[in-house]
Design a protein around this ligand. Structure first.
Ligand code: DGI
Ligand code: FE
Ligand code: FE
Length: 187
């Protein structure tokens, strides 16, 4: 699917703000794909559809996760997690994307996981550092990403884990596994 067709398809599902974020993630993901030598069209499509389910009802998303018998923790660890696995499902069913690597990158884009492949890493990081993001610490991660993508991912994971801890929220187990796995990689 070409870029403009994909953008036309995702746009009605997003707010203006979320669409602008999506354009930023797409730009970043393509840049990181070129840097790591992976397929830029694959990175582009994963980025365009990564937040496809963001505005679906929580009940619909929970229903999908239950029916697919996916990790119940996606339901138990905070509603923000629902749109990633639900999005992978809906992008496949409604848009017809069948590339398992794209679907997996969308599935894990919020939490990360242990042993991420390059596409999964790129989408996770692009979502965090795309140019429209403004939150404390993002510039430091952006600068680090210029030099070392794995280092930048560790920083993003650490920031997210600390952010959740400061709000007395639980951390999704795979996010901790992602951190443990990436920490070993940068040694
Ligand atoms: O959808 P976006 O806003 O672009 O970004 P995202 O998919 O990374 O979602 C960010 C939200 O997800 C943010 O509110 C923090 C939350 N989050 C990320 N990792 C975890 C998490 N929430 C919980 N409870 N546990 C996690 O491990
Ligand atoms: Fe998201
Ligand atoms: Fe996003």
């Amino acid at each position: 699917m070409d870029k403009n067709k994909a953008l036309d398809k995702v746009k009605p599902h997003l707010t203006e703000h979320r669409y602008i974020h999506t354009l930023g993630v797409t730009e970043k993901a393509v840049e990181l794909a070129d840097k790591t030598g992976i397929d830029r069209k694959q990175a582009e499509l994963a980025a365009i559809f990564h937040d496809y389910a963001k505005f679906r009802s929580k009940e619909e998303m929970r229903g999908i996760i239950r029916k697919q018998e996916w990790d119940k923790n996606f339901i138990n660890y905070g509603d923000e997690l629902l749109h990633a696995p639900a999005g992978a499902f809906l992008v496949n069913k409604e848009i017809g994307i069948e590339d398992e690597e794209i679907l997996s990158a969308i599935f894990w884009h919020t939490t990360g996981k242990a042993k991420m492949n390059t596409l999964e890493k790129i989408l996770f990081l692009a979502d965090y550092i795309e140019p429209n993001r403004i939150f404390p610490g993002v510039d430091e991660v952006r600068k680090t990403a210029e030099k070392n993508i794995d280092h930048a991912i560790v920083m993003a994971l650490r920031n997210t884990i600390v952010f959740l801890m400061k709000k007395n929220q639980r951390v999704f187990p795979q996010t901790l596994y992602a951190y443990n796995d990436m920490i070993e990689k940068i040694k």
